[in-house]
Design a protein around this ligand. Structure first.
Ligand SMILES: Cc1cc2nc3c(=O)[nH]c(=O)nc-3n(C[C@H](O)[C@H](O)[C@H](O)COP(=O)(O)O)c2cc1C
Length: 184
């Protein structure tokens, strides 16, 4: 079993669900929503493809496995994303599961800069899926379905090829910060 290694603040008791809402922020408070959503840790992925000859992509923590048969995964992409419309034109989309050594890559792939892959070591498959070197795992995918869901779209992706190493520990995103795993 593993846990996150960063020091934990003293546990404060949470008010129970069902208590008067006046005592705590409500679902209408987006800062509160982000804080609660961010309490559930996730991995961090790099979503990328070569489009018009250049690598484009973004960091996404919403990656989730969906189905074994057929093999499907999903990511949720903000409808405001300027990068997704480019990626959506690509026949194949690469998903790299970032390692604990790739926190800086995670930041760079979310930054407002023209070439998010600058200085990173990556390669493209024959169909243009962009995969980062030294990641904990990778998947070569294509878009299966795109489902509107509020201010995001749920993107369902079919997996064509994949591999991973459990010896390369993943990067973990929790409470708006990057962490690494440790055994307990
Ligand atoms: C750790 C991390 C996780 C992120 N996860 C997502 C995500 O799951 N979905 C999403 O749409 N954007 C996510 N983002 C934001 C994107 O990486 C990127 O900043 C955003 O798409 C804005 O750029 P764009 O307009 O080029 O798309 C994440 C950013 C960070 C730093």
């Amino acid at each position: 079993m593993t846990t996150m290694s960063s020091a934990q603040p003293p546990a404060a008791a949470l008010p129970a669900a069902g208590l008067p809402a006046a005592a705590r922020p409500t679902v209408a408070d987006t800062t509160h929503l982000r804080r609660v959503f961010g309490a559930c840790p996730s991995g961090v992925t790099a979503i990328g493809a070569v489009v018009d000859g250049v690598p484009v992509g973004l960091a996404a923590s919403s990656f989730t496995s969906v189905s074994l048969d057929p093999p499907l995964v999903s990511v949720c992409i903000a409808r405001t994303s300027s990068t997704w419309p480019l990626l959506a034109r690509a026949p194949r989309i690469g998903i790299s599961i970032l390692s604990a050594a790739q926190a800086q890559a995670g930041r760079q792939l979310a930054a407002r800069q023209p070439d998010r892959f600058a200085g990173l070591t990556w390669h493209a498959t024959a169909d243009g899926a962009v995969l980062l070197a030294d990641a904990s795992g990778w998947l070569d995918t294509s878009i299966e379905a795109q489902i509107p869901a509020g201010d995001h779209d749920i993107i369902v992706l079919r997996v064509h090829d994949l591999d991973a190493s459990h010896d390369i520990h993943p990067l973990v995103f929790h409470a708006s910060r990057f962490h690494r795993l440790e055994h307990i």
